[in-house]
Design a protein around this ligand. Sequence first.
Ligand SMILES: [Zn+2]
Length: 626
Amino acid sequence: EQWFFRITDYADQLLDFSGIEWPDRIVTMQRNWIGRSEGVEIAFGLDVPGVEQKELRVFTTRPDTVFGVTFMVLAPEHPLIPLITTPDRRAEVETYVEQARRQTEIERLSTEREKTGVFTGACCHNLLSGEDVPIWIADYALLWYATGAVMGVPAHDQRDFEFAQQFGIPVRVVIAPPDWHGEPLEQAYLDPGVMVNSAQFDGLPNDEGKEGIADYVESKGWGQRTVSYRIRDWLISRQRYWGTPIPIIHCHKCGTVPVPEDQLPVLLPEDAEFKPTGESPLAGHEGFVHADCPRCDGPARRETDTMDTFMDSNWYFIRYLSPQYDAAPVDPQRAGKWLPVDQYTGGAEHAVMHLLYARFFWKLARDLGIVQGDEPFLRLFNQGQILGPDGQRMSKSRGNVVAPDEYVGRYGADTFRCYLMFIGPWDEGGPFGIEGIAGIWRWLNRLWGLVLSEPTFGHAPAEAVRHLRRLTHQTVRKATNDMERFHFNTLLAALMELTNGLIRRRDAGPVDRDAWNEAIQSLLLMLAPVAPHISEELWARTGRPYSVHTQPWPAWDPDLAREDEITLVVQVNGKLRDRIQAPADIDEGRARELALASPRVQKFIDQKRVQRVIYVPGKLVNVVVR
Ligand SMILES: [Zn+2]
């Protein structure tokens, strides 16, 4: 007896990703995991002497192929098998069932390997075609999916096709490929076509046939349209000590009784003994197992299974908000302030377990009034992975683990931290190499000197002041965008450019005090998240109030960040033909490109050959044609 959560009740809700911004591949993985398919459940007649069950139901997304069924497959665990197998087949069938039991689901579903199966000796009856259909068992059918029975349509399903080839089962085409004249198929035909060999449905395009057959099956009472899911209910029972005890008491009079709320939580005993009995240590712990029935007070037995630890990762972020709060799972005020999670970063390996269970559990908590909103994690980013220098995942056994301690010792934690951010896009990761770390170290040293050595303050030309402020505000704009998108490597590049720009400005002569202080302050604020120690130290040494880490992120002014623009006059053979707005620092190559791309100028160049282009910097482009 095991415990499940009925996650299948939430399958459709879990397929709605409209409220969240997640990577496409994670959404796709969850969608496939849930595996919703619309189809028809169709009954096949069953007439085996001594067997009570008179029909066998199969789920199919392709009712249009039902006239092409030439065999039926049951999952090896299907309860009908022992009942319908004929005596001459029994030994072979039992051997096969035993083998299948020892394989993993992944092995069973692999499309690569050769198909295996055995005939049970029994048949079922295709009610639409009136034919008898042999019943096989094969491990590619899974008991838990839909009905555990699969109709075999080799002409229109590749897996069925391979199975039929393997065992000499007929292949009957019921959807004609274009230009098909009855020749045998080389492989299953999966595309649309016109229905053939399908009685009154012949001649219909198969998508119409799909609906027609579904209607027909429903009108005859042989089945109905239905939705099937790949996802199963979540088995949470674990036979181990470490886990949250499942709060249930088994009473032989009252059955399964939930532990009353005032007796929660059920705590693990601290004196459990770990013996190699194959059973959970809880099952052998008398004090834990014996309990009074909460309902009749009689002697009862406590459930000894513990919960899957994914139960805990489901909602830790909810509980963390108020871990001391006793009245409910979370303090509603804190929940209202903090939840849902705005930004979640985590590995893609959690795509279909933790991240799906957490969404399910959140919806459950929402329905219980514990949290508000439909989704726990509004935005999800997957980080890349830093690999060993050999490009392989770091592991002790490969001997390619890079321990940060050595570099932290030599260069400091901030340098190492910045270096990790700088070596590649955060969401891609890549092999670890140490070549660039000295460059980061030199940059932080330059920055240190820059902030602590005061420049000569004085009257600076207006253009120099404007230039300095533009550099500051452009950097804040870029760093803000990069930070929001987790583009840490380009954020660092922007901070390096700002550092170098400020050094050049300082060395060029007197600087404006306000513009300079604004630049240094912004630099330190942007540095704070990436180099937290150095930035705090510099913040303090320049007399700013503790702490840099409690300051708001700097703002940028679009007007100050805007590039200066100039008007370029464009002539063709000395005659004014256009005026173009261009950045003040435009170079000759770009100015020529802009001039030649102008439609008005194009009109005058027409078929003529451009002989040369004269550029007067910042003023004029003259295109000479003949
Ligand atoms: Zn009882």
